[in-house]
Design a protein around this ligand. Sequence first.
Ligand code: ZN
Length: 269
Amino acid sequence: MTKKILQSKKSILFIVILIVIGCGTINLFSPSDDYALGLQLDEQIRANSKEYPILKNEKATAYIQDIVNTIIYAPEIKYRGVFAYKVSIINNDEVINAFCTPGGFIYVYTGLLRFVDNEATLAGVLAHEVAHAELRHSTQRMTKAVGLDILSSLVLGNNPNESARIAANLFTGLALLKNSRDDEYQSDEYSFKYLYSTRKWYPGAIKFFFQKTMDNPDILGLRTLLSTHPLAPDRVEAINKMLKQYQIPPPTEENLQYRKYKEFLALLK
Ligand SMILES: [Zn+2]
């Protein structure tokens, strides 16, 4: 085989692999890598009590953990028992946000807990966070970044140490928790599906959270959230579409749980 043919074969292989990685159909990491990575991030977060002061309130934490434990019994969940799915509350009323590491370490700010009006909405937000872990969005994105770099090193003959360095950087820091727009929409969709499967809460409840952010754009605690997430009206619309498709009747006190949520908020006082 001449060198030229070999080169073009290499290029075709490169393009094919690029497409596979680009479509997000492969993940170079294993689910246990996700868990190990999450554990490492969880340690970093706990060690940084200045930025992440963990609220030591057993009753309040147990209430949220119970919601998560119900969500992860949805049949769509693949990594129950593999991932942590462990909740911690960050004691900061100024931040209206929640996040999840790979492998399911979930953090909710007291600012978000106070912002939400009922249990179903909180369940919707938590289910969205569970979805980021389940769908392995972080390591999927890392696959894209590291995979492309390693591939180009192989094909173009770049210094492989450079790839190792980039991979190492991606493994550290919370920057890797930044989800893409598509990841956000997909997690909203799964939030609906998980809640639908639990039969406990109004499946589209996450839309009440988006609705409230739209009604209160001037709240300072929402600044980061609004700058890093897709537009709320689009997300409400996507949920409304699913509600229609699944023929969900209007919500009731039974599947929203305003009263129960008020009792929970009293625990935070
Ligand atoms: Zn998200």
